[in-house]
Design a protein around this ligand. Structure first.
Ligand SMILES: [Zn+2]
Length: 328
């Protein structure tokens, strides 16, 4: 359940989640202030596992002084409120995560309003949209509620973790508020879900960062930020799920190839005709169950953004429907 890292005073605890991805890794940084990085979903099983993992090294939840949230997904922040209530810990997170921590219902409503409009114009049937909204509510039910953010962490900030000086990197992609932390002397990276050894982390559809902003193109962000992080040359990355990564450049290389191939396959699936996002998603992932539709729509939309960037498709709104058109 707990596992060591190459940094003395920094260890991981794998916490169970109800999600297909399996356990989420949170990290305990000893020394002043006792810090927890990410905290799992708000279930009794997760909480008990966290308590046991802390106790292995003589800590209690009430000893935690700082809780760093790497991004706003439920498996990383679900227990935040419960931990803060018990310990009075300060919460540190990226500015874009603040709405998910302080006013989660408002953040959810904002996302839902945006995705409902996007999915309508993408030809997604109403029953499927309703199902995705229910899934959103289920995710929110795995969070313990709102907490104030004490410190907003952003690109270029430095902070002490486990007695070492770390640099914060803002790496939008899998999530727009994703933070990675790099320790130059030991050449160690805390990558959260930005890079995962065993699965390609999916850049999810998000609402614009500002009310009148454009839809963020998270796959394009992701491809750029993966290369930027690979260029640090870290020798090991501890991640949000699964094993650490010991060959980051090779992994990033394979992820870039994967996305290019998927984009090529998507381009071929147009068969020369204008298509809706929903139609393309169904043809790319014919057997994926409907509960995962948000994930597959996100992935296909990401690859459409990539094809558009490369001048291979255009889009056109016709009678309220958004058609993607291949360029020959
Ligand atoms: Zn995540």
């Amino acid at each position: 359940m707990t596992f060591p890292t190459d940094i003395a005073g920094l260890y991981g605890i794998a916490l169970p989640t109800p999600f297909e991805i399996g356990p989420v890794n949170c990290y305990v940084a000893e020394g002043e202030p006792l810090t927890l990085i990410d905290c799992g979903t708000n279930t009794e099983e997760t909480y008990r596992t966290l308590v046991r993992g802390l106790a292995e090294r003589g800590h209690r939840v009430s000893d935690i002084r700082r809780l760093i949230i790497t991004h706003h997904h439920t498996d990383h922040l679900g227990l935040a409120r419960r931990i803060v209530d018990e310990s009075g810990a300060e919460v540190w997170a990226h500015p874009l995560a603040v709405r998910w921590l302080e006013t989660p219902q408002e953040a959810r409503n904002r996302l839902t309003a945006f995705t409902n409009a996007l999915f309508h114009e993408s030809g997604v049937p109403q029953a499927q949209i309703d199902l995705m909204n229910q899934t959103g509510q289920y995710l929110d039910s795995l969070s313990s509620g709102s907490v104030p953010v004490a410190v907003r962490l952003d690109e270029g900030d430095t902070l002490d973790i486990a007695g070492y000086r770390w640099m914060a990197y803002h790496t939008p992609g899998h999530a727009g508020d994703m933070l990675c932390f790099y320790q130059p002397e030991s050449n160690v990276l805390l990558a959260s879900d930005h890079l995962l050894q065993d699965v390609s982390s999916n850049p999810l559809i998000e609402a614009p960062d500002t009310p009148d902003g454009e839809r963020p193109k998270r796959l394009l962000d992701y491809l750029r930020e993966m290369q930027r992080i690979a260029a640090l040359g870290a020798r090991i990355a501890y991640t949000g799920h699964g094993r650490p990564i010991d060959d980051i450049c090779k992994l990033v290389e394979s992820r870039l190839t994967f996305h290019q191939k998927r984009a090529d396959k998507l381009y071929a699936s147009f068969d020369g005709q204008p298509r809706l996002l929903y139609e393309l998603t169904k043809s790319m992932f014919p057997t994926v169950p409907d509960v995962q539709l948000y994930l597959t729509l996100s992935e296909v939309l990401g690859h459409l953004d990539l094809l558009e960037r490369d001048g291979r498709v255009t889009r056109e709104l016709r009678a309220g429907l958004l058609y993607w058109q291949p360029i020959h």
